[in-house]
Design a protein around this ligand. Structure first.
Ligand code: SAM
Length: 476
């Protein structure tokens, strides 16, 4: 493999995700994973809650000393609480089209799959899906599409965004749409920005160029540099908030972990702001995909350790978990650093308004957590979390570096906390089952009491207005 000098400020994929630097970091981590002096120094720095370098965080990930791991998990929990409190933001994925010209070896949307049911929704069908999502209580979506310039051109994405934002059914509204579409041009990213998207999300899948090229043997996604440099183009196009991630199971997890942190360091070095979120999807079985074919799949213990080390490595970056994970696993990692989760998800095209056919269906992967949104909300409340449907920061222009400033100064608590309670009240009044309503009202009463007097008074006024139907969408 060609040698590239590591340079986080470079705009070339092979320089900011330097293969050599990752190998050196993993070697350093392996050599020091039992070195108490090095680990203590890293933990002392981590306790300042300002983050770690990819190399330092890699040492913590490699370390297998039980009492150090206990400290790592405890610190991750503490950082999570200090930055994000007990709030959990909820969203749902919305699959618009599964037409795809790529050949991703792990994804059933690959072009050679003639068995999967292909579907692209019309604007009327999207409307039905959005109404179904609003009737569940969702306010924030992530739209998902396969890559197909003929079937899914940017114009289709833009038109769909307009449709989604325009629908106001009963008290419902979709207030933030994040977009997960294939790497595209600066010009197209500007169009997405102008259409009012929230975060632009693109998973790297794997940072290992060799694995990447094997796993994407043909199609536009085969181009590693085009894909890896996408976030730079998105930011050049004016998108403030980008979300990165890898698909764990495709390559060795320590390599991916270092790559994720290097990508975050690169975005910070070049654009002055790191990723808004990091997602941690794990490979799932799907239509013609068997996870047994992938030797790098990781177990729950390693997965939890990754989440904890990411939380410590980049304390101010949101972390997302999907319904690819079970209730039990989600329970475990929520406390270690997750700040956003999906609920009531369907991964098929049109799956919210119409029950999915058994075979052949259009789903991207098998969901493990099949609970309804109301069941997820009840479960979160029972564990002491505040389910939040808040979208205030993005709508008040607190995006990119302005959001990060707030977050780095641990200030998100002051506005996010009452905003979370207000959106929870909307959910309880409009959509919740009686049991969820009861436990939710108790949570709100407890939490409002902790607010500063002025904020408390305004929050109480707005809560009353929501309950009596006099208004919605209040925010600090
Ligand atoms: N087509 C877009 C692209 O090229 O980036 C992304 C949309 S795709 C619907 C969203 C993500 O699902 C992919 O980036 C991939 O990481 C993940 N995915 C694909 N196959 C999967 C599988 N079998 N199990 C779990 N996640 C999978």
């Amino acid at each position: 493999m060609e040698h590239f000098e590591y340079n986080p400020k470079s705009l070339k994929a092979d320089e900011f995700i330097s293969h050599n630097e990752i190998l050196e970091s993993l070697k350093y981590a392996e050599e020091n994973k039992n070195n108490r002096a090095v680990i203590d120094a890293i933990l002392a720095k981590a306790r300042l809650e300002k983050g770690l370098t990819h190399r330092e965080a890699s040492v913590l990930l490699a370390c297998d000393i039980p009492e150090i791991n206990e400290q790592i998990f405890a610190l991750a929990k503490q950082i999570k609480l200090n930055y994000y409190g007990n709030r959990m933001v909820l969203f749902a994925p919305l699959y618009l089209s599964n037409y795809c010209v790529n050949s991703c070896v792990y994804c059933p949307y690959h072009v050679k799959n003639k068995h999967i049911f292909r579907k692209k929704m019309t604007q009327d069908e999207i409307k039905k899906e959005v109404i179904a999502l609003q009737d569940m209580g969702h306010k924030r979506l992530a739209i998902e599409l396969g890559e197909d310039p003929i079937n899914n051109p940017i114009e289709y994405v833009l038109e769909s965004l307009k449709t989604i934002y325009s629908i106001k059914h009963k008290n419902g509204a979709i207030r933030r749409v994040n977009v997960n579409i294939a790497a595209t041009t600066v010009e197209n990213y500007t169009k997405l920005k102008d259409a009012g998207i929230g975060t632009y999300i693109l998973f790297q899948e794997t940072y290992n160029r060799q694995s990447y090229e094997t796993l994407h043997p043909a199609g536009p996604k085969h181009d590693y540099a085009w894909h890896t440099e996408a976030m730079d183009r998105a930011m050049q196009g004016g998108i403030d908030d980008v979300g990165i991630g890898v698909l764990f199971g495709l390559s060795t997890y320590r390599y991916e972990f270092a790559g994720l942190l290097m990508h975050a360091e690169h975005l910070e070095a070049v654009h002055g702001v790191g990723p808004h979120t990091i997602s941690v999807p794990r490979l799932r079985p799907a239509d013609d995909i068997d996870t047994d074919d992938f030797k790098d799949c990781i177990n729950d213990d390693i997965f939890s350790k990754i989440v904890a080390c990411l939380r410590i490595g980049v304390p101010y970056t949101g972390m997302i978990i999907s319904t690819r994970e079970s209730k039990k696993t989600r329970e475990r990692v929520l406390q270690l650093g997750i700040s956003q989760l999906s609920g009531g998800s369907k991964t098929s095209v049109g799956g919210y308004s119409e029950p999915e056919k058994e075979e052949p269906n259009s789903a991207q992967f098998d969901v493990i957590d099949n609970r309804t949104l109301d069941e997820v909300i009840y479960w979160l409340l029972e564990m002491g979390y505040i389910p939040s449907f808040c979208t205030a920061c993005y709508r008040a222009g607190r995006t990119g570096d302005r959001f990060m400033e707030l977050c780095k100064n641990k200030q998100i608590h002051n506005c996010c906390h009452p905003n979370a309670l207000l959106t929870l009240q909307e959910y309880l009044t409009d959509y919740a089952s009686p049991a969820t309503q009861k436990i939710g009202e108790e949570m709100i009463a407890r939490e409002v009491a902790t607010l500063a007097p002025q904020t408390q008074a305004t929050t109480n006024k707005w809560l009353e207005m929501i309950k009596s139907g006099k208004g919605r969408d209040f925010r600090f």
